[in-house]
Design a binder for this molecule. Sequence first.
Ligand code: HEM
Length: 169
Amino acid sequence: MTLSPPWRKLVLVLHVTSSLGFVGAVSAFLALAITGATARPELAYAAYQAMQVVTWQVIVPLAFGTLLIGVVQSLGTPWGLFRYYWVIVKLVLTTIAVVVLMLQTQTIDALALAAIGGNLDGYSGARFSMMLHASGGAIVLLIATVLSVYKPRGLTNYGATALGGRGAV
Ligand code: HEM
């Protein structure tokens, strides 16, 4: 199934908006994680409470939106889901980012709760881990962005057969 040109444009707008929104929101999360780990206590408490709001209301919806719309976009265009290595790498990187994000939500909720209680004692490991995971996430999403723009040529064997030697675009 191939999307007609107007639908392809619309899905591309949704894909670029959600995926780059995801990148921006993870950058905001990283700023809050650094503030939480390094600022004076009152500011750190505020940062961890804001981090929880940003996670559940912005990052999680955009993360799932990016994955879902990316798959629709791939299947609805000649790029396909398994024809080009750059698409497969983006799928894998985004899936890893979503899984790690969901695994971290427990720690994010725990930090927000401790911040509301005004006591972050015993959370130094979690605070450092937030900075580490947010940095890793930002790097992974940056790689996905670079791949999206450069679209390296590499075709998979399946892609070569499916496209019969022609490129997708
Ligand atoms: C955070 C992760 C992602 C980012 C930052 C991202 C970013 C982008 C951007 C900026 C474009 C537009 C490139 C252009 O028009 O020149 C694009 C296109 C595309 N993306 Fe993603 N993307 C991400 C995840 C995914 C995923 C998970 C898939 C599917 C497995 C996917 C599949 C595609 C495809 C097939 C296109 C080409 C669409 C077309 O030509 O109509 N992307 N992506």
